[in-house]
Design a protein around this ligand. Structure first.
Ligand code: FAD
Length: 345
């Protein structure tokens, strides 16, 4: 049985960079938010996929790590007192019978809000697991050993024997960054061409030429060796069936994201290829009171960039104002004029 629903002005589905910034935009318009995310921490793709990579295209910040950007967005949202519900998926968004929405999660959280902003990115993340028998036994260890689909801190792999599998951007970028901290790093890839940017692929090849990393190419994962959840070695097989054993404390398979909208697909929204079609002037979906912003929102000319999502957060907040405060007229004000809660303006 769900608990009694908590009342708020807006629910934001997704605590990625765009969801976090929409807390700020809503807060500036005196709208309170609850934020729900399937991950156990805020940050979306920035935290889960590339926390230590530098981002160069945030206006006014020449360079910032993805994790650093998330820390700043969280700090920017904090004065508005958002309520976070993490480590839980939103499974249902239904009209409550009046002019509000009931948002429910898989852990029985229920929030009743006047409007909903979906900032769900590519949907709730799930790892694309290699089809290896018993792989689950080695997953979820916090000490940098075993099988990991995401890197939270490169320091976790310091002094470890690491095997990275894949040839795309994530795989190659983590090779470049972990080569410095791992005791030994081996790259397993099924062909000799990398899909990563040519510059990164060339850097990887140079590391291999210098003997700083080992390559197992063209090889594919065949089996894992270890016991009690402790990984000892990764077995790989080439196209002729020849096996090779690579000693390993940690295996990082980068087989891409499972792009699954999950429960969002069942909320009666206008979906276009796993994205939610919106009115680009307001980010309103086909359901009154439900907005979509960030990577998940689609309209002609859409650019999937963090800065685009920030602008959409501002537009959705302004459009939601009339629903949350139907009795008040919205006077557009700059932040320089309005100031922050508790500030001097
Ligand atoms: P996301 O960051 O995807 O966050 C969405 C969140 O919603 C997730 O945490 C997910 O768990 C949650 N969620 C989804 N469905 C549910 C549900 N049903 N219940 C609960 N939670 C749910 N962009 C740039 O502008 N500049 C760059 O330099 C740049 N570099 C990148 C490098 C890499 C390697 C990658 C992968 C992306 C890069 N991007 C970059 C893209 C950028 O990260 C995305 O545009 C941005 O993260 C989108 O933000 P978002 O908040 O819309 O979605």
């Amino acid at each position: 049985m769900p608990k009694t629903a908590q009342l708020t002005d807006l629910v934001i589905v997704g605590a990625g960079p765009v969801g976090l910034f929409s807390v700020f935009e809503c807060g500036m318009l005196e709208m309170k938010c609850h934020v729900i995310d399937a991950l156990d921490a805020v940050g979306g793709q920035c935290r889960a996929l590339y926390p230590e990579k530098p981002i160069y295209d945030i206006p006014g910040i020449p360079e910032i790590s993805a994790a650093g950007l998330i820390r700043r967005l969280e700090a920017q949202a904090k004065p508005f007192g958002p309520v976070y519900h993490l480590d839980q998926r939103v499974v249902a968004v239904t009209p409550d019978g009046g002019d509000r929405w009931l948002v429910e999660t898989d852990t029985d959280t229920a929030v009743n809000a006047r409007a909903v902003i979906i900032a769900g990115g590519v949907g709730a993340f799930g790892p694309n697991r290699p089809p290896l028998e018993g792989i689950e036994e080695f997953e979820g260890r916090g000490d940098g050993t075993g099988v990991h689909y995401l890197v939270k801190r490169s320091g976790d792999f310091r002094g470890k024997k690491v095997v990275i599998v894949g040839g795309g951007d994530s795989a190659v970028d983590w090779v470049l960054s972990l080569a410095e901290v791992a005791e030994r790093l081996t790259v397993v890839h099924r062909r000799d061409k990398f899909r990563a940017s040519p510059e990164s692929a060339n850097k990887l090849k140079k590391l291999a030429l210098d003997g700083a990393i080992d390559l197992a190419i063209p090889f594919q994962l065949a089996a894992l060796e270890g016991d009690g959840g402790r990984l000892r070695a990764v077995l790989v097989r080439d196209l002729d069936g020849r096996m090779r054993r690579i000693e390993a404390d940690a295996l990082l398979p980068f087989y891409g994201l499972v792009q699954d909208l999950g429960p969002i697909a069942g909320w009666g929204l206008n979906l276009e290829r796993n994205l939610i079609g919106v009115d680009p002037a307001t980010c309103l979906t086909n359901r009154p009171g439900i907005f979509a912003i960030g990577d998940i929102a689609a309209y002609p000319g859409k650019l999937k960039l963090i800065l685009t999502g920030f602008s959409e957060a501002a537009m959705a907040a302004h459009a939601a104002y009339a629903l949350v405060h139907p009795d008040r007229e919205l006077h557009f004000e700059y932040s320089t004029i309005k100031g922050l809660p508790g500030g001097s303006n």
